[in-house]
Design a protein around this ligand. Structure first.
Ligand SMILES: [Zn+2]
Ligand SMILES: [Zn+2]
Ligand SMILES: [Zn+2]
Ligand SMILES: [Zn+2]
Ligand SMILES: [Zn+2]
Length: 239
């Protein structure tokens, strides 16, 4: 992926987008998922895009699907609701889709690094989980990150859930204004927060086991594995 300081993008043709860095989560106007770290932003409109959504290749391949060719679509193809095969959540905007096999990947999921480093462990991206996940206790569908020592086993879907729960926990316990502001910026969080009112199980269970690991996975899911996740995310999980 080439990193230009300034780009123009067909979904926001009126203004230039400039490379920007933020530790506060933003809502990507391409894939409509949350983001953090490096992004492309229109300063006039407050329009944001993940780096990968803005400058990702129109066609990609992925080591987990050797025969597939994934094409970037600005809208999910077809009428049916589509689910990302990596993180098992719905797709609301930009998607990498393989026409032959009907596989779908969020752009951020498609570009997750095969290896993450949380400072103590290397975490390897796995297509299928062979031992139980620390988040849900199961071996269900979807990708996960696993450490070689088997200390950490975490579904992307479970880490995403922890992220919502930790933001929700902030909402009820820490800094209500900050989280209220975040819910306004990232409408997708609102539904999940209301549905899951009071549920803090996974954060507490998983947070204790996998603090640093979870943080580095969260940054990757949010589109920038190198980002230092803001206190908003890190505070609760590290406890
Ligand atoms: Zn995006
Ligand atoms: Zn603009
Ligand atoms: Zn395919
Ligand atoms: Zn995904
Ligand atoms: Zn899980």
């Amino acid at each position: 992926m080439k990193i230009e300081k300034e780009i123009t993008h067909p979904i926001h043709p009126r203004h230039k987008l400039t490379l920007n860095y933020t530790e506060a989560p933003f809502n990507c106007d391409g894939c409509h998922e949350a983001g953090i770290g490096y992004n492309y932003k229109c300063h006039q409109c407050g329009f944001h895009m993940h780096k990968v959504c803005a400058v990702g290749a129109p066609t990609i391949t992925h080591p987990f699907y050797k025969k597939c060719e994934f094409k970037l679509h600005h809208h999910p193809p077809g009428q049916a609701k589509r689910v990302c095969d990596a993180c098992r959540t719905h797709i609301h905007g930009f998607v990498y889709h393989c026409n032959a096999c009907d596989f779908d990947l969020h752009p951020c999921c498609a570009s997750l690094p095969q290896v993450l480093d949380d400072g103590q462990h290397h975490l390897y991206l796995c297509h299928k989980l062979s031992s139980s996940c620390h988040g849900c206790g199961g071996k269900g569908l979807g990708w996960s990150y696993r450490s070689k020592c088997r200390t950490y086993n975490l579904h992307l879907s479970c880490v995403k859930e922890m992220l919502v729960e930790s933001w929700q926990a902030m909402y009820f316990n820490v800094d209500k204004n900050k989280v209220r502001e975040m819910v306004t910026t990232i409408p997708r969080l609102k539904g999940s927060m209301q549905d899951r009112r009071g549920a803090r199980g996974a954060v507490e269970k998983c947070g204790r086991v996998a603090g640093a690991a979870a943080r580095v996975i969260i940054s990757a899911i949010l589109g920038d594995p190198s980002a230092i996740v803001a206190a908003v995310v890190g505070g609760i999980i590290s406890k």
